[in-house]
Design a binder for this molecule. Structure first.
Ligand SMILES: [Zn+2]
Ligand SMILES: [Zn+2]
Length: 215
């Protein structure tokens, strides 16, 4: 499996493309603000997008889900506990001065333990609530795509609707760190990292900082 990311918009959110190289079938995580950049990547790499996974329903992670669905026909996947955010895309846009339309209906509801195939590849789904109630991460044997749970030297903010600090730290400690120190971590914003590096450096995990970040 190969993957790459495109970073877009005022929020500088990452859209990840997970690719089966034999078949070109591709799973897209978090289609963000700039659909043109996402569509360009798909055309340039000749990707056959078969799944659209929304890690959590903050606008910077599903801004272009509808446009990508229209382009590819691929179904949109979401955990049901984030439905209340998913159905508020126009409201979320208005908070930041953007005029957005409703996203199309979710077609696949995710649950903890699901296995998602694309071509001859697969990733697993883990429910990691805290930043939002329905946040999920995807992982394989070496890499984890963790959305806004865990960042290099930081963690997701918990002051948005449905956020909860102790739940977030529990998700990170019980569901991400336990993958193993060698795991590579690919967040929704900023640089990639590893579990080992975060156990060493991340002030939210080493107990040096009370409270939560603002991202
Ligand atoms: Zn978020
Ligand atoms: Zn985000």
């Amino acid at each position: 499996m190969r993957f790459f990311r495109v970073t877009t918009g005022v929020f500088q959110a990452h859209t990840y493309f997970l690719i089966c190289e034999q078949t070109r079938q591709t799973l897209v995580i978090d289609p963000g603000e700039e659909f043109d950049a996402i569509a360009d990547a798909i055309q340039k790499e000749r990707l056959d997008v078969v799944r659209i996974v929304v890690s959590h329903a903050h606008l910077d992670h599903f801004w272009s889900a509808g446009a990508l669905r229209d382009m590819t026909g691929a179904p949109i996947h979401l955990h049901p506990a984030d439905d209340f955010l998913y159905t508020q895309l126009p409201e979320q846009g208005s908070w930041f001065g953007f005029d957005l339309e409703d996203a199309p209906p979710v077609e696949v509801y995710l649950k903890d333990g699901d296995v998602l195939t694309f071509g001859r590849e697969q990733v697993r789904v883990r429910h990691v609530p805290g930043h939002s109630p329905g946040h999920v991460m995807l992982y394989n044997e070496t890499d984890a795509w963790v959305g806004d749970c865990l960042f290099a030297s930081s963690v997701g903010r918990v002051d948005l609707p449905g956020g909860d600090g102790p739940t977030l730290i529990n998700s990170i400690e019980e569901r991400i760190v336990t993958l193993g120190e060698h795991y590579r971590i690919h967040p929704g914003h900023g640089p990639s990292t590893t579990v080992a590096r975060e156990l060493d450096d991340n002030p939210f995990l080493t107990g040096r900082l009370p409270g939560m970040s603002r991202r």
